[in-house]
Design a protein around this ligand. Sequence first.
Ligand code: ADA
Length: 570
Amino acid sequence: MQPYPHYPERWNLDLGGIWDFSFIPGNEAPGLDSFSPEGVVFRGKEIVPGVFDATAPLAGKRGVGVYRRTVELPEDGKYLLSFEGFLLSAAIFWDGERIASSVLPYSPLEATVAACRGKHELLVAVDNRFSATPMWLDYYDFYAYGGIARPCSVSLLGECAIIRANVKTLSPDGRVLLEIRMRPGCAGEIPISVSFDGGEETIRTVRLCESAARLEFGLDGFAPWTPENPVLHTVRVSTPSDAIVERFGIRQIECKDGRILLNGKEIRLFGYNRHSMHPDLGAAVSPAVHLQDLKILKDLGCNFIRGSHYPQDQRFLDMCDEMGFLVWEEALAWANQENQLKDGEFCRLQLEQVSIMVEKSINHPSVIIWGFLNECGSDSPHSRALISSLAKQIGLLDGSRPVSYASNRFEKDVSLDLVDIISFNPYPGWYGVGCDEPHPLDAVERRLKELEEFSLREEYAGKPLIISEIGAAAIYGCHDRLASQWTEEYQSALLARVLDWCISSKRISGLAMWMLTDTRTYVCGQSRPRGHNNKGTLDEYRRPKLAYEAVKGKLEAMRGKCGFPAREDA
Ligand code: ADA
């Protein structure tokens, strides 16, 4: 399954499949900075995309995984190697020579090589030790797997190759701005041919400015993209030496007077946080699992997904575009505190990460919110510099979507003014419940009311409010007539009360329940039985808990209202 954009005129080889593999245990492997593939003996096999540590024999092991395969090239030329995402860090070697590296988990990496026709050796070393990158700390509450977790390919680049053609909706009646970016070095005047939905070609001669060109088009008879009717269009941009096909939707998203507007009409967001994970596949989730999760979300009546807590698989976003989901995509981070927020390298990597994420996902109509720094120390003035530069950087690359971060500092947060949407992760009725509290579920309405009131303070009232996480854990199959904590009954009752409040709230624009499925994390005191975060409405194998029917029943009330699809898609 080839995600958009497509480059129809390039020779392209999908590098997925079975690769040679070798694992060097953590205590024997140098860091990737000084790693050399010389002398590595390959006795094993691994699948790409995949992770090597989800199942036997390397389940739970940390160290360096070395992948190797032969790539046969059809002619002498300049080739582009594209990797959609590694865990946790990676170094790429081409015919024994290091050509690229990345310490950004879940982020794509590209490298170009000048190579001759024939067979070459491609070797990728990935390090899944926590020390592999400053971007991942060992206490993130989701399991850090290792591998070439997302697809990769090699393609032949022509003389003046196209990078991307971004399509920005200027107005919902079909005015779009096409921003064409070429590889550095492309200059001068070139003829560009543009065709929408396979229709008539418009040929324009453009002068490239910093290897880029901008063209405006008015598209007649184009339907806007909405969750009810997710109409997608394609644009093919051709130059004398290359072509690209991008897919996009015509839609506008804005925040106004405390509301979120899609194509000028209020939309309310109801759905889940989702980790892209599966017990057998780890973080290298297959298209089949992505689709299964989306079908489950449709069945539940949801229109919203928060892609917690890292950049999403492009194949997943393509499906969201097609199925009409609204997505909050966010950069990797988890509860980072002052020492990281002040650390120059951490900040630099965060900025690099959001830039890559925005550029990569810019044409997905499903992506309506950019997020970053989940639950960071945003009660400290030190958070302001990084939050503000991330928001600015995103604004520079894409001023068309609101930005937010999920805060757990609530009333003490000092950075909420820097983003477009106020998002809170409260856990009333779950965390902080004492033995002396006979009715912990009563905390749900109490806390949500407090947060609503706080968010109505003058400085915040104009910004929409999203409850970006809320929930309770339930061990699959654990039942109790008295509905004690950790049972399916308790979780179900809590989510029902959350939904009752949020659906009838005049203030809350969106709700992302925590979370769609149980997710592997670490054994962490008594709060993560089974080494899982058990707050899924389904368990990790997608078996529904009691809350499933409760949520589905409550969301019935939203059907046909405020941008909610009236129909059920199977
Ligand atoms: C936080 C965090 C989630 C998860 C959750 C929980 O809100 O953002 O990733 O850890 O808490 O289950 O406690």
